[in-house]
Design a protein around this ligand. Structure first.
Ligand code: CMC
Length: 422
């Protein structure tokens, strides 16, 4: 059977046959038929916007791989910085490469004093940390006059390093500000996740971070590092396609992530569980969802129509964390919700399974993070994925500035009416 598709324009009888490659065919086929014919695809349900070699996702089979490596193996054996190197460079680092990369990241963690004293101090005391994170990330670029040199490989790599190294510092700074706590400087002798937890929670001199909790944070960072063309990453690519600098592009991607249907879902899950309040209320809550009074947050996914493989790993990590912190009281409600939903026709028919956000919030809460910080915890590791996609886009000769077309449904031409005649 030929790997081609033939499209016939019944208006003219013209037909075009093009190759199907990697499950896609080029939209130029439509332009060949008629330059004014466009595919109408709201929310990109049937559009592949790029060719990418970074992350493979099979939503029906529940498979997720970074550069070919199964997420389960990376979560078990790797560290976040090793995974970051893999996503950015395409291969796992050698021992020397990993030492240099780790050294470089840990020695770029400081941020300019003006960021904290003048920029962050300007926020209202109860500003949402994600709003602060988005604006601080964009502002960070203004401190580097080489930020815009995106086609100079050395300069681009430097911005990548700076962003990956500094986003945990920015995140912790936003949190400490909102709590009225003094800022904790980064500690270059600590691994990435441990240093982040230290900057977040250190009070006084003797504040040891439990290694189980630091490892759980690192695993969560690995699981969130990339997820191909989701809303935030697509935003990153669209903004980068205009050749904006990596800081403002990252801020734009983080803005998309902020939404409750995307990275904000982990926050929404914990709020939902708190509102449900007890196991007895689960059935009536599920009935409410089925009758249209809201969604079961942390369930469903545009691509996964099977278990989100990240959700399985996170569920296990949750138990490891609760061994140290004690069980999050919302866990029982979450387990019951999962049990009821997975047996209910409504959810089964629509292939709605727990996604990455269903259990992550419970871990964040057990680690001591306030709910407002949850999406920031998603944005820190996803910065790696965004930057890997930006670099791939800039090197892709087929890419141009993103500029979709529209189907105009407004009024035809009409004459201006004077205000006293309306
Ligand atoms: N609870 C109840 N019903 C749902 C849910 C849910 N969580 N998700 C989808 N549905 C229903 C929806 O009402 C629709 O039903 P019907 O066909 O009768 O109209 C059907 O399932 C298909 O939903 P959809 O909105 O067309 O699916 P989508 O692919 O556009 O949306 C989603 C995907 C993730 C936005 C959606 O499942 C959702 O809102 N989930 C809750 C929010 C959430 O957990 N988001 C985190 C996503 S994973 C992390 C990330 O990517 O950031």
């Amino acid at each position: 059977m030929a790997d081609t598709i033939t499209i016939i324009d019944d208006r003219t009888g013209k037909k075009v046959t093009v190759a199907i490659t990697g499950g896609t065919f080029p939209s130029s086929a439509l332009r060949e038929l008629d330059p004014n014919l466009f595919l109408y695809d709201p929310a990109f349900l049937s559009t592949a916007s790029c060719a990418s070699a970074i992350t493979y996702l099979d939503g029906d089979a529940g498979i997720l791989r970074y550069r070919g490596y199964p997420i389960e193996q990376l979560a078990e054996h790797s560290t976040f910085l090793e995974v970051a190197y893999l996503l950015l460079n395409g291969e796992l680092p050698t021992g020397d490469q990993l030492s240099k990369w780790t050294h470089d990241v840990t020695h770029h963690t400081m941020i300019h004093e003006n960021m904290r004293k003048r920029f962050v101090d300007g926020f209202h005391y109860d500003a949402h940390p994600m709003g602060m994170f988005v604006s601080a990330t964009a502002a960070l670029g203004t401190f580097y006059d080489d930020a815009k040199d995106i086609f100079d490989k050395q300069s681009f790599d430097k911005q990548v390093l700076r962003l990956i190294a500094k986003v945990p510092t920015i995140a912790a700074m936003c949190y400490r500000f909102s709590e009225g706590l003094p800022f904790v400087l980064p500690n270059n002798s600590m691994p990435y996740a441990q240093n982040f937890l230290n900057m977040m929670f250190r009070i006084g001199e003797d504040h040891a971070i439990d290694p189980v909790l630091a490892r759980a944070m690192d695993i969560l960072f690995i699981l969130h590092a990339d997820h191909e063309q989701n809303c935030g990453t697509t935003t990153m690519r669209v903004v980068s396609s205009a050749n904006s600098d990596p800081y403002t592009s990252t801020a734009a991607a983080a803005s998309a992530l902020y939404g409750p249907l995307h990275g904000g879902a982990n926050e929404a899950v914990v709020r939902m569980l708190s509102e449900i309040g007890s196991i007895e209320n689960v059935p009536s809550f599920i009935e409410g969802v089925k009758n249209g009074s809201g969604r079961l947050m942390g369930f469903g996914h545009r691509v996964y129509k099977n278990f989100d493989p990240r959700a399985r790993i996170i569920k296990q990590t949750a138990y490891d964390v609760f061994e140290v912190t004690g069980k999050n009281p919302l866990l029982d409600i979450a387990l019951k919700l999962e049990e009821v939903a997975l047996e209910d026709d409504y959810f089964v028919k629509r292939k709605l399974y727990p996604n990455v956000d269903f259990y992550s919030g419970l871990i964040y809460q057990a680690l001591g993070f306030p709910v407002d910080m949850f999406t920031v915890l998603f944005a820190i590791p996803r910065t790696v994925g965004w930057l890997a996609h930006m670099e791939e886009l800039l090197g892709d000769k087929e890419q141009k500035i993103s500029r979709p077309r529209q189907w105009y449904i407004g009024p035809d031409e009409r004459d201006y009416t004077a205000i006293n005649k309306r």
